[in-house]
Design a protein around this ligand. Sequence first.
Ligand code: ATP
Ligand code: MG
Length: 562
Amino acid sequence: MTSEPKDFIREIIREDLRTGKHTTIVTRFPPEPNGYLHIGHAKSIVLNFGIAQEFGGRCHLRFDDTNPSREEEEYVQSIIEDIHWLGFDWGEHLYFASDYFEQLYEWAEYLITAGEAYVDDLSAEEIRAYRGTLTEPGKPSPYRDRSVEENLDLFRRMRAGEFPDGSRVLRAKIDMAASNLNLRDPVLYRIVHATHHRTGDRWCIYPMYDFAHGQSDAIEGITHSLCTLEFENHRPLYDWLIEHLPVPARPRQIEFARLNLTYTVLSKRKLLRLVTEGHVTGWDDPRMPTLSGMRRRGIPPEAIRTFCDRIGMAKRDSTVDVAQLEFCIRDELNRTARRVMGVLNPLRVVIENYPEGQTEQLEAPYYPDDPPKMGMRTVPFSRVLYIEREDFREDPPKKFFRLAPGREVRLRWAYFLRCERVIKDPDTGEITELRCTYDPATRGGDAPDGRKVRGTIHWVSAAHALPAEVRLYDRLFNRPNPDDAPEGKDFLANLNPGSLTIVEARVEASLATAAPGDRYQFERRGYFTVDPDTRPGHLVFNRTVPLRDTWAKIEKQMKQRP
Ligand code: ATP
Ligand code: MG
């Protein structure tokens, strides 16, 4: 590990350690349990847990559950699972902001007693109207100068449930003319008669984010509270509260740019709409940018961590090209996925000079670049095979080096194969079968007479191959910025109708024992993983990413030439 800080946050931390301001670094990841984690959260997780690891400190997982709402338990469980899957652990430091409700309440009374908070009877709308704008100061609420006694009495009665939702709030008494609107007497508590997933009906007043967050940080002894840029102008309030309360520590808030990705939405509200309106099959749909979707898609957690490290930390918002993520995924899978053969779009091949009923078991390495690394498997070879339909052209264009009438190619790990005749459906004209011959002297892939072939194609033995449902994914949105929608429409208008294609493929027999989560490269086709929908006798694969298709590139270049 280098001793150079890799970003401005680490630079600050190094300095704090050097000057002795802190001896132990404590960070936290504070998800609100109202949705599943996505790749944007991964950036924050990798940052917070990564810093704790690098500096020998610790990172807390704190659920920021200050909004009572439904179904939170499901989200809590998924968040725990996803962070573990990414490779991080908080040890015994699992917390809930709701555990601090009593302490936060006491601190609210402390502010009231100090004359620094008051109960306001204005409605939400009136409060907004009184707040003023960036160019005009706000005006004080008529309730701003209530006595400490009256405020305490009203606040206690708010807690006791005497008032309906929205009828009163507790506000900090700061400065209605402050240039930062967050300091114009921000709301600290509101009345919500709702059942909370952990505290049940114990409370009917709930602290606002700004009041709960920094104080929770202080309770836990967080040294550096890292958050995204939208909280930058909340920092003065964060600091004001820390200064005016008898908190046990003085955490420092530091903001960084949130992750935006092309062709991707990263807002829980929008992701929830995709799920509830049925545009995807669920939070873990492999097209979703959620960690559970990415896991199901076959993306290794290492690739996500590498991606988060590479994009670095900026102080200004920007959008990262999703191709960078795809690069990290390919890079990781290239080193770790076993190579096997699967034919996505099968075309039948009969080898006329291969004895009927004969089968050979050919040896093939799982990792051809370094065979001992992953060992070998056997691949059965017989008279009838399937090859990829696109690997044959009746009229081959220039630079097409695969199979064509009268032409010879190499079958991966097997023999040279020559196409003798093309059989077509008499009605549709569609090619239904190729009649071929093989050269028995070329077993293993080389001809003793030294003759060369220009192409090597993959194949499976028809009698041995396993049928498999293969789900091919494309981007969920067909615009780099999905929010860039026509007048009167929203991001849903940019959904890509072709984001999922299902094909009936044939895969090699060795995959009979493949289990959900296993990852493979289907040679020449891409990286695939076994989907949990797999049942005995019904294999389901998800394509994680295609390989870069060089033929498609050549064809495109040729088309562009005059
Ligand atoms: P959304 O805006 O999608 O509703 P959120 O920010 O409200 O998400 P939280 O559960 O509050 O979601 O987020 C937990 C942590 O993850 C916060 O510290 C937040 O700043 C961080 N985070 C959320 N989205 C991103 C992102 N796109 N890039 C980096 N960090 C993020
Ligand atoms: Mg949030």
